[in-house]
Write a protein that binds this ligand. Structure first.
Ligand SMILES: [Zn+2]
Length: 688
């Protein structure tokens, strides 16, 4: 099941065959991650072992499988998935990713009732991986289940007991029901260990007092082995029938499956204390005991010991109204509910914005727009904004593939796009991959990586909406931008980008269009290309010295083009004849006497009036792209409102507000007759 999931998620190829670097060889990657223990950025690949033939060994604490996964869990696993893709696909570092699954614990036993806890755990584990798959999270290379490692766990507890860092609590000391084996923090410290280094403030605080129990020697001690209650699921041990405590699982399973050293240990930030603090104490105590006995790969007395974990990686929590999303607070949205269209809050806007898109991609972009370590608030606005941005990118890819194919068809045209335009596109495409890899390599700076993607899309959109009829060079450069954007997104786990990432260029069929389905004589298949070309030609004509006469010539050419193939009037979805609409536009241009081709800076009144005249012809332009093709402007913000003029002069707040209100008007017209999800998504741009 896991292998099939990995293949489906596009990671299997990359896992077995790194895209760069030598086969089966650690690539000397420059990638760094912030180690939670030292607070420093450390190389992901240990420089001392960069030439090792073995992959990076990475363990992540996994779910306790008793109930459905929620978005709070999902944020952790999406962050880990992106780190894994960054290492494997963008930095060519082979990774062996192990995940622990807690398949026996109080909650599972209580939830199973009279049924089988193990059966419930298997069912919930399958459901967990299914939920993760819908979010594009690739499964681990190996699953470490607690119930399959009981012998290893019992062995580790025995070692701790022999070393004096564990003690038995039983009937003898009259401690009542709480019998079993406890870890002795005092014993650990007496033998030279240092407890709580991952979270010193928490580990030394009075927070432990609430857990003070008469059978503990120290308030910080914790259970390693819990004696079974009558009839409860249990395993035999030197301390009687029972089951493992939570923390010892991960130490014992990784020491058994991955040896004495992990390159990376990951888990949600809520696991840092006490879980990871306790894991660390146990593992260090066990390794010290093994070293003392000469069984940990070094002679007795060798010092100092290499650390158990080279880097700790802790993605931050997802919050709702300032509180961590959790089962206990009952403020959670399950992954399945989210994918099914339910919202974090009131939700109709989110449902509308997410509808028709892969919800996993929306959630992934929502996560990637924030630093992985920060607490992130799950709000309707943030989810809608992510959906809108994803929609903008997807639309660009669709439009660009169409336009590239159409431009290629005009390779012989005398009116070619200036070669500089193709160069700009080619440059943007060539730089994207390296820029994204560099951002990801710098402690997984996903907001910066996403900003690079957005800028590349903007460059593509500007070229798409500007300029004249385009030639072969432009078509190929635009195709390169499509592949760069879609390839980057697909490699980051965005399922919706995969078809465009596989597109071969203007001579190949576009995704979803089989080559034998394309009939050049069919107006149905030709119409989208014609409209894209027509729209561009109308715009060029309007901006040219020719004014309305030039627009009319384009309209006539369009009629000629359509003539042999269809009835004289072609209705678009909103029932408007495009050629008639263009004629209206030409008339308005003539009436307004606005034919100048030297657009000045935006001015109050006159400029807006001029703009308003253009709106009818632009009614097919998505509101987020209204100003992107306009040569008058330079950089735009993420919603598509220009920040500056083409010459770099910054626009004032009032100038920007005018453009915003202009766009609101455009939005009102654009929205007519469009579907609710489309409108909700566009509204996210306009509202900002
Ligand atoms: Zn763990």
């Amino acid at each position: 099941m896991l292998a099939a999931h990995a293949a489906a998620l596009g990671l299997r190829r990359a896992l077995t065959r790194p895209s760069s670097g030598c086969l089966g060889h650690r690539f000397a990657s420059a990638m760094v991650v912030q180690d939670s223990l030292s607070g420093q950025k450390v190389p992901l690949v240990d420089p001392a072992r960069a030439d090792s033939l073995s992959p990076l060994v990475w363990y992540s604490c996994g779910p306790t499988v008793y109930d459905a996964a929620h978005l709070g869990h999902a944020r952790t696993y999406v962050s880990l998935d992106v780190l894994r893709r960054a290492a494997v696909v963008f930095h060519g570092t082979p990774v062996r990713f192990l995940m622990g699954v807690t398949d026996v614990d109080d909650k599972i036993i209580s939830r199973a009732g009279t049924g089988s806890p193990v059966a419930l755990a298997r069912e919930q584990e399958a459901s967990f991986f299914q939920s993760m798959a819908t979010l594009g999270v690739a499964p681990p290379d190996a699953l470490l289940r607690v119930t399959e490692h009981i012998d290893d766990i019992v062995g580790c507890i025995s070692e701790l007991e022999a070393a004096g860092t564990a003690y038995r609590v039983g009937e003898d000391d009259g401690a009542g029901e709480e019998t079993g084996v406890y870890f002795s923090v005092g014993g650990f410290e007496a033998s030279g260990g240092s407890y709580g280094r991952l979270r010193p403030a928490a580990a030394g605080s009075d927070a432990w007092d609430r857990e003070r129990s008469p059978w503990k020697r120290d308030a910080r001690d914790f259970a390693l082995w819990k004696a079974a209650k009558p009839g409860e699921l249990s395993w035999a041990s030197p301390w009687g029938a029972g089951r493992p405590g939570w923390h010892i699982e991960c130490s014992a399973m990784t020491l058994a499956a991955a040896g004495h050293r992990l390159d990376l240990h990951a888990g949600g930030s809520d696991l840092c204390f006490p879980h990871h603090v306790n894991e660390m104490a146990q593992s260090e105590a066990i390794l010290a005991a093994r070293r003392a006995a000469g069984s940990a790969g070094s002679a007795p007395g060798d010092a100092p010991a290499p650390e158990w974990v080279r880097a700790w990686f802790h993605p931050g929590p997802l919050t709702v109204d300032g509180q961590k999303m959790s089962k206990s607070l009952k403020n959670f949205t399950s992954v399945d509910a989210f994918v099914g269209g339910c919202a974090p809050g009131a939700g109709t806007r989110v449902s509308a914005a997410v509808a028709g898109r892969p919800a996993g991609d929306v959630f992934r972009l929502f996560c990637l727009r924030h630093p992985y370590r920060s607490a992130v608030s799950l709000t309707d606005d943030a989810v809608v904004a992510a959906a809108a941005e994803l929609g903008r990118w997807t639309r660009f890819l669709d439009q660009a593939m169409l336009a590239s194919a159409e431009a290629w068809g005009r390779a012989g045209s005398s009116s070619l796009r200036p070669v500089e335009d193709a160069d700009v596109l080619a440059g943007a495409a060539a730089e994207l991959r390296a820029a994204v890899a560099a951002a990801l390599g710098d402690d997984l700076d996903t907001p910066r990586a996403m900003a690079h993607v957005a800028r590349c899309v903007d460059t593509g959109l500007r070229s798409l909406h500007g300029g004249g009829a385009a030639g072969a060079a432009w078509a190929l450069s635009l195709a390169a931008v499509v592949r760069a954007v879609a390839g980057t997104l697909a490699d980051l786990g965005f399922a919706s980008a995969r078809p465009a990432a596989a597109w071969q260029g203007p001579l190949s069929p576009r995704p979803g269009v089989a080559s034998d389905e394309v009939d050049p004589s069919s107006i149905g298949s030709a119409l989208p290309d014609l409209v894209v070309g027509f729209r561009r030609a109308v715009r060029d004509a309007a901006m040219s010295q020719g004014g309305s006469a030039a627009v009319l010539r384009v309209c006539d050419a369009m009629r000629d083009d359509l003539g042999p193939r269809t009835a004289p009037s072609v209705d678009l979805r909103d029932g408007v004849d495009v050629t008639e609409r263009a004629r209206e536009f030409a008339d308005q241009l003539a009436a307004a006497g606005q034919h100048d081709t030297e657009p000045g800076p935006p001015q109050a009144g006159g400029d807006e009036a001029h703009r308003a005249k253009q709106i009818p012809a632009q009614s097919l332009v998505h509101p987020s792209e209204l100003f992107l093709g306009d040569e008058k402007y330079g950089r735009c913000d993420h919603t598509g409102i220009p920040l500056e003029l083409a010459d770099g002069t910054e626009l004032s707040r009032s100038q920007r507000n005018k453009l915003k209100s202009l766009r609101k008007k455009h939005f009102t017209k654009w929205a007519r007759g469009r579907s609710e999800p489309e409108v909700a998504e566009a509204a996210a741009f306009v509202r900002n």
